[in-house]
Design a protein around this ligand. Structure first.
Ligand code: SAM
Length: 277
């Protein structure tokens, strides 16, 4: 059935869904499976409501006619699930990597390529502070994402307290400030943690990446899963030369493209180095 006005607030046809799929693939490389039809409806319905339009078709016309709407469209369709110390073994590995590769005067550079609301890059900063036992470790973190809305949250570094409930008490105290009064129930990353991370908007599909390689580590976790193989390979081909000779690439738990591509060599547990180095 192409649309069911009895249950939906806005008219939404199969053709509308296909147009959305085509546009988000073109803009962000994100492949939406047939099963995402309802998800697309609920995400875009918010924009249609905000703009006081009647139908998906009206929204798609608005999108074509207003360049700035593309950002809202992309923000609406990205999936931003993340958490502090997600897949903790990657941070254990990085701490050891820092200590093993540290030389006097060396500054490590880490790129977090799909930073979402900031939990991942702040975990990288915490890892660096813990590794070097001081709030000014020799580590710079560049954190990027396509979604301007999540970047605004990341930039603030303010989270609901539940987001850190599984962290041990010492860590909470060392790396977060507790909100008081109207901010109660919220925590904010300490300025020393915030200072280690720079946030920038970057589309992994974009023609130019505003970055300054080489990097010691690229964390590109849980974003490649939204791309098709061809796009993944294109991105990996651009990323690998951006790593130092001993640099590492860290993928998400379900991202196993790895050796097939001939671009990466596995170091175990979805950690890789560029092939041939
Ligand atoms: C599921 S989150 C992963 C967050 C974090 N890396 C983690 O593993 O917890 C995926 C992120 O990828 C971002 N993203 C999707 N397409 C992108 C693109 N073309 N360029 C850059 N970021 C993109 C989304 O905005 C989203 O914040």
């Amino acid at each position: 059935m192409s649309h069911d006005p009895s249950v939906r607030e806005f008219e939404y046809t199969d053709q509308d869904f296909d147009v959305v799929r085509g546009l988000i693939y073109q803009a962000a490389g994100i492949r939406l499976a047939d099963s995402k039809r309802q998800l697309v409806y609920s995400r875009i319905a918010r924009r249609i409501r905000a703009l006081k339009l009647q139908r998906f078709r009206d929204y798609l016309q608005h999108l074509q006619a207003n360049e700035h709407e593309l950002e809202e469209f992309i923000n609406a369709l990205t999936t931003n699930l993340t958490s502090f110390f997600r897949e903790p073994h990657h941070f254990d590995y990085l701490r050891d990597y820092f200590l093993q590769h540290h030389r006097p005067g060396k500054k490590f550079k880490v790129w977090c390529a799909a930073a979402s609301t900031g939990e991942e890059p702040y975990t990288l900063a915490i890892t660096a502070i813990e590794a070097f036992q001081g709030y000014t470790p020799p580590v710079e973190i560049t954190a990027t994402d396509i979604d301007s809305q999540v970047l605004a949250t990341a930039d603030l570094g303010v989270y609901a307290e539940e987001r850190i409930e599984r962290m041990d008490a010492a860590r909470k105290k060392k790396f977060f400030l507790r909100g008081k009064g109207r901010q109660s129930g919220m925590v904010k990353v300490r300025p020393e943690v915030r200072a280690l991370v720079e946030f920038d908007q970057l589309n992994l599909l974009g023609a130019s990446w505003p970055l300054s390689p080489p990097y010691d580590a690229i964390f590109c976790r849980n974003v490649m899963i939204y791309f098709d193989k061809e796009t993944q390979l294109k991105i990996l081909r651009r990323m690998m030369p951006m790593l130092h000779d001993e640099g590492i690439y860290v993928a998400g738990h379900s991202e196993s493209f790895s050796e097939m591509s001939g671009l990466l060599k596995s170091l175990g547990r979805t950690i890789f180095k560029p092939a041939g180095r």
